[in-house]
Structures are given as structure tokens and as C-alpha cells.
Design a protein around this ligand. Sequence first.
Ligand SMILES: [Fe+2]
Length: 376
Amino acid sequence: MFLTEQQISENNLEKFQNIFSDSEPEKGKEKHTVLIVDDEVNNLQLLKRTLRRKFNILVATDGKEALEIIDKEGHNISLIISDQRMPKMTGTEFLSRVAEKHPYIIKMLLTGYSDIEAMIDGVNKCQLFQYITKPYEPDEIEMIIDHGIEAYELTLSKNTLLQDLKELFFTTVKSISSALDAKDAYTHGHSHRVTLFSLILAKELNLEESFIEEIETTGLLHDIGKIGVPEAILCKAGKLTDEEYKEIQQHAPKAKKILSNIPGLTNVALWASCHHERWDGRGYPNGLSSKDIPLPSRILAIADTYDAMTSNRSYRKGLPHDVAVEEIKNCADSQFDPEVTEAFLRVEKLFREAAVNPNAYYNEYSVLNKKYKETA
Ligand SMILES: [Fe+2]
């Protein structure tokens, strides 16, 4: 039996409520929050009273009021049922605005008549889960809402799983990076600082956050190829022979070999393998020059060189900051990209401060730390 809007009135409330009260939420399971938006107060109250046993209910009588509620409570709302015909803004206008900020909230549109335009808008702009025409049967709407909540829970668990995987991946990257830094007492903390300096430069160059995130991963893994270099050569106190130097140079192509097999790290593999290329083409492993060298590798080159110059090594003491800055400045156009060098000269004081307390600065600049849980 179908109920008209008029029939779904206070007179039918009892019957309507009974249908919903059959299905109590599972014990210990938190109630989902449902927002109902309708300018017809009777309809709104009826839905509210019938659904409140099963869900936390929020109500609004127009789109503007509903948007205010979503601004405050959006992260708690699982599902929205909105009427189409309302003053101030239509249901599809309202839901399309919600879709921009809250794609995961399940959205349903109620309308008293078959409105093809609203239906098309709903599909194209609102990521509509369901279009419901009035009159509707109470048990039909309950089933629809349950399906919506199921879809919401599924998306939520999928996202949680994805987030857990990314977190796990990030922890692994950091652990590998720390293990690398620990391989040689004299380069202790090198990858960590190089990553931090690269982040400072990337931010100064106004790069996009997703790009900076990949640069951060590259910084942490840029020397991963050193895993394949014998420690006797890596930690040698004296001067390296030509053979030994060639062996060390192999860490760049080895990084590509190690990383390119990992899904999602194609860019990182390439960028890490190019961090010893030079602007004038005299670097290794491929002698790439100018903009043939990926920008992240040109950034890493300055970050890596600054850290190598200013930190102590087994065979020499680190250079003072000002000397390192002068050296990098002099190598713009030969070793380094002149634009990245300019960016470096604008933030060189920050490099000096960050080198003193890299952990504090890392938390400020890291994209990965902010995005995933702090695992450092
Ligand atoms: Fe290197």
C-alpha cells in the first residue's frame, strides 16, 4: 500500500513508528546520525519521531539551515534525506554543496512528483544514493535507509583499511630510512635532514601538496641504493680509490632497481636515482642536464649537498653554514638548478635553524606526518 503525504500524518504515526521500532540498533553499536531536511514541518516531525529510535536525528527546514548544521556536525553525519522543493535552495542545490565537502555522506532526495531534471542533477552533481518519490511506503523507506547506512559503513571500512595500509607503508619507509642512516655513524640522520631540507625548498617553490608528499618519500629513500654498497667502502675513513668511488656511485641506479618494483613508487624510484645528476650534465649515473633532470632530484641535490658539507664525516669536520651557502651559490648554473638555488638562498637561514633541531622542524614541514599518524 502506498501512503500519500497527507496520509503520512499524525494519524498514521503509530503505525509508522511501529515499523521502525522493530529494528533496534545492535547492542554496543553506536547509532548513526541522519539529517532530515524538509520545509513541510509535519513530514519532518513524522520522519524524526519514527526514525529516532534507530538513529540520532538532526533536522532542518531549509538548505541554508542544513548547511550550517553540516558545518558543525558534518563529520558525524552518515546520511541525509532532503526534500527537493524547498524555499531558499532546492534539494539538489543543497546536496550538491554537501557533495563537494562531504563525498562520503549518503545522500537521498525526496520529491512529491517525478522530476526528471532533479533526478539528472542528483546523479550528476549530488552523488545521489537514492531518489525517492512521494508517496512512499514506510517499510520501503526503512529498507532504503538501511541500504544507505550499509553503503556508508562499507565505504568507511574501505577507507579505514586504505588509511591503515598507507600508515603501515609510511612506517616502513621511515624504518628503512632510519636503518640506512644508522649504517654509518658519520652520516647519522642524513636522510632525515635531507628530507627536511627538501621539504623546506619544495614549500618555498610553492609546489602542490601531493607532489611534496612524493618528494618527502624520495628524501627518506634517496640513498636506499647504499644497501648494496659494502660498509667497508661506505664508512672508509681514508681517500677512496677510483674503483671504490665507482662502487659508491652505483647507489643511484641501484635505488631505481630497488624502488621501481614497488607499486606507487615509480616517481620516487626515478627521482631518487637522479639525485647526483648535475645541471651542467656532468653528474651521474646518466649525465642528464638542466630540466631533463626531474625537479625533485634538482631539489634533493641541493639538500643533499648542503647536509654533506655541513655535517662531520670520518675524514673531515663539517663546514660552517655560511661557507656551505657560498659554495652552493657559486655552483648555481653548474652543479645546481639556478632557480632552486635562488629558492635556497631565500631560505638558507631556515636550513641553519632546522639543522640544529631537525625533529621539531620535521613535524612542521612533513606532509606524511600530518596525513598519517605520527610514527616517527
Ligand atoms: Fe646519494
